[in-house]
Design a protein around this ligand. Structure first.
Ligand code: SF4
Ligand code: SF4
Length: 284
């Protein structure tokens, strides 16, 4: 069983819910942190015996200055303005290069080659709940969707059949799509805020398009009755079961600042999360 905990926007309490779900689930688990731009599952479940391997995600054009004649053909065809001819030869700005390879097709001297660029690290380790796979995308690197794919691939090794709990990325872009592809259920964490409701609608549209089984949990539901009702209405119309309603609770702040699952503190939010877990698992 693979459950992805996602949200249309950041700051809704996604990691709090994912960590609580993991904390409340007995037996060995596999944890995957697919928020590769800002992974923090490991803060709540610190990993031991970690292994870090470089991740080469994207290709970048490299120009051999000894062969380049400075003709400028590559500069003319680059749609991303990533290559410029200086006094001696062409030079590529690796941050602008999208690795499309067009310049390699027009270079008369074969001076351009595409080379894999290290864009981050994949980190595996062992936590109290089981293996944790996460990643660190280097600043300025793109293609985090591919990196998410690699995190998931490593978290789903065939010899491990434990349930997988995925802490997903915010948003609805490539990393989200890479996260939710092939999971058994998506748990959408939202809150009664105007932007959160707006982003929930977009998230539902994406998940529906992928034919995913969706569940929702409303965090801090008591902050706005009106928007809470709007989320209820949206979920009802879309046939999405609301499996939990977590009240605003300052103990959550205490748990986050202490890097522990809030379910280890006796408080209203923890009770709501326990109930959410029971309801969710009864429906899976
Ligand atoms: S690979 Fe594409 S983006 Fe990169 S320099 Fe060549 S043409 Fe430009
Ligand atoms: S097309 Fe080739 S030879 Fe011409 S400037 Fe670019 S790299 Fe140099």
């Amino acid at each position: 069983m693979k459950i992805a905990v996602v949200s249309g926007k950041g700051g809704t309490g996604k990691t709090t819910v994912a960590a609580s779900l993991a904390d409340l689930t007995s037996g060995p688990l596999i944890l995957a942190d697919c928020d590769v731009d800002a992974a923090n599952f490991g803060l709540v479940f610190p990993a031991k015996d970690t292994t870090t391997i470089p991740y080469a995600g994207r290709e970048v054009a490299c120009i051999c200055a000894n062969i380049c004649t400075g003709c400028g053909a590559c500069e003319d065809v680059c749609r991303f303005s990533a290559v410029h001819v200086n006094e001696w030869a062409a030079e590529v700005d690796p941050l602008s290069c999208e690795g499309c390879g067009t310049c390699t097709l027009v270079c008369p001297t074969d001076a351009v080659t595409l080379k894999k660029m290290i864009s981050g690290e994949i980190i595996t380790g062992t936590t109290e709940k089981g293996p944790l796979v996460s990643a660190k995308l280097f600043a300025g690197s793109g293609n985090s969707g591919r990196m998410v794919h690699e995190v998931k691939r490593r978290a789903q090794t065939p010899d491990l059949d434990s349930p997988v709990i995925i802490d997903g990325p915010p948003g609805i872009g490539c990393p989200l799509i890479a996260t939710v592809g092939g999971v058994d259920a998506v748990l959408m964490v939202t809150e009664p805020g105007i932007s959160a409701v707006h982003d929930l609608k977009r998230l539902v549209t994406v998940c529906k398009g992928l034919h995913l089984r969706m569940f929702a949990v409303i965090n801090r539901y008591d902050l706005s009755k009106e928007l809470d009702r709007e989320i209820e209405k949206l979920c009802r119309e879309e046939g999405i079961p609301i499996v939990g309603r977590i009240p605003f609770d300052e103990h959550v702040v205490t748990a986050v600042s202490s890097c522990i699952p809030v379910t280890r503190i006796s408080c209203p939010a923890a009770e709501a999360l326990c109930s959410m877990k029971e309801i969710l698992f009864s429906k899976l």
